[in-house]
Design a protein around this ligand. Structure first.
Ligand SMILES: [Zn+2]
Length: 477
């Protein structure tokens, strides 16, 4: 049974492996799906489809020296239990993980079930009816139900992902954390507590009451004796529903603001007025992941690395991740403490990335290998293999690894822009590390799709870091 959703662990994820310590996924083979580099696969078949079966994990937990573990997933029969590896989880049966997995899913399902679904709202009766209204009318007969967010729909974005719960439960229940390593049969070892941890991760919700309203008036001609009289009728329905106003979540605080959507309509013989809710705005405020951070700190996990582990997992499985993805670029590139601005200074960089001459400039060009005319998103600087490559500006390393045709690549976020260095032969810095202008980050190589040793450098701007600028404009020649 998988401990952490294999689809959500990107390259560079820090992990906690009981018995081994902390690890960071270094070489995942580089298969990229949906901007994430997969570590593990649900089945061997899937791994084979992507041509990947193994992962290298650099372990950071034991002293200064890093160990490397090659986890050959093909030998695990597809049953990946990366957070269950190790010596402190003595006699921990995989069947218990399977049981826990079901528990994690159940907690989430039960939580979601405590809120009204669209179907339940549709089938419920109105609260009040006046005039010629029929008492006992169903909500969906009065209002267009698709204009009304159900409670389930409203809370859905704030659900606790099971894989986050699983990782938190494992980390906090680990013998290294609670200090009781030993045999499971002796009441020691791993002590999961899914209910407790789920409760901690669950959002605190606040609701406002909103009254759905339906009013209609019309006239009809009625025969009174021999006389035809005009008679006016009216009917009114009201139904109170709940609208989410605030969700204090492990990742951020969300404030929802609602107003009335008023629909007025002349009918053939009268007038209709329908009031339904309208979502004005959702404001997400930080500091991000503060609640999760405090959960970990309460349990005595105060070190940066402990925090990093769970926070990274959280960031990557966040159901609202799409928002982050659009703001920050790829999942693994989120940094908690660095503001990413799309206000690029446009100043020249204080140093050049390497010494050499530009062999291919920015813009449209015929690709030297594929022959296809394509946008060249950076410039190539020819230099001998092994020449030092330095950071052009202060920043932090947001990516270190193989990136498709770019080969060995480093990306550095500078706050106002991001630089990318490709085809390198060696790395001298790690993901997450701060670097200063002029600091050596690696060496020139010819990895990836490349005809010979050169550095390909890009300058990316925009809030998604998806707009490319000509790096030559910011280098000193
Ligand atoms: Zn290039």
């Amino acid at each position: 049974m998988i401990a952490v959703d294999p689809k959500v662990i990107p390259y560079g994820t820090h992990m906690y492996i009981p018995g081994y310590g902390y690890g960071v996924a270094l070489d995942t083979g580089g298969a990229i799906k949906g901007q994430k580099i997969d570590l593990f696969y649900d089945t061997i078949q899937e791994a084979n489809n992507w041509g990947r079966r193994w992962v290298t994990i650099q372990l950071l937990g034991k002293g200064e020296t890093a160990e490397y573990v090659n986890a050959d997933l093909s030998n695990l029969g597809g049953e990946v239990a990366i957070l269950s590896f190790g010596k402190t989880d003595i006699e921990w049966p995989l069947a218990k993980d399977a049981e826990l997995y079901r528990k994690y899913l159940q907690l989430d399902a039960d939580w979601l079930d405590s809120f009204k679904s669209e179907g339940e709202l549709a089938e419920s009766k109105v609260d009040s009816a006046y005039g010629n209204a029929s008492f006992g009318a169903r909500v969906d007969k009065i209002w267009n139900i698709s204009n009304i967010p159900s409670e389930k729909d409203q809370v859905d974005p704030h659900r606790v992902a099971w894989s986050l719960l699983a990782s938190l439960d494992k980390v906090l229940g680990d013998p290294i954390v609670h200090g009781e390593s030993g045999l499971e049969s002796e009441g020691r070892g791993r002590k999961p507590n899914p209910e407790k941890h789920f409760k901690k991760l669950c959002p605190e919700l606040e609701w406002q009451t909103f009254t759905l309203s339906y009013y209609e008036t019309w006239t009809e001609e009625v025969k009174v004796g021999d006389e035809i009289q005009e008679k006016t009728y009216e009917k009114e329905y009201k139904k109170k529903i709940r609208l989410l106003t605030s969700a204090k979540c492990y990742d951020a605080n969300y404030q929802y603001s609602w107003s009335e959507n008023v629909e007025e309509q002349k009918t053939a013989n009268g007038y209709k007025k329908i009031i339904t809710p309208k979502l004005n705005s959702v404001v997400r405020t930080g500091p991000y992941y503060e609640k999760l951070r405090s959960i970990l700190q309460e349990e005595g996990l105060g070190s940066d690395m402990d925090l990093e582990l769970v926070l990274r997992i959280a960031e990557n499985i966040d159901p609202l991740f799409q928002i982050d993805y659009m703001i920050f670029g790829t999942p693994m590139e989120i940094d908690l403490d660095t503001e990413i601005s799309d206000d690029f200074s446009g100043n020249k960089f204080p140093v050049n990335p390497c010494t050499g001459r530009v062999t291919s400039s920015f813009g449209m060009r015929k690709h030297p290998i594929t022959g296809v005319v394509k946008m060249h998103t950076g410039i190539d600087i020819g230099a001998p293999r092994g020449s030092p490559v330095v950071a052009v500006k202060d920043g932090y390393v947001v990516y270190r690894g193989v990136m498709g045709g770019y080969g060995n690549t480093i990306m550095i976020e500078h706050g106002d822009c991001r630089t990318l260095y490709a085809h390198m032969s060696r790395f001298n810095v790690n993901a997450g590390e701060r670097v200063s202008a002029g600091q050596k980050i690696g060496e020139v190589g010819s990895t990836g799709v490349s005809t010979g040793p050169h550095l390909h450098i890009e300058v990316r701007i925009g809030k998604n870091r998806t707009e490319y600028l000509d790096p030559a404009k910011f280098l000193i020649f």
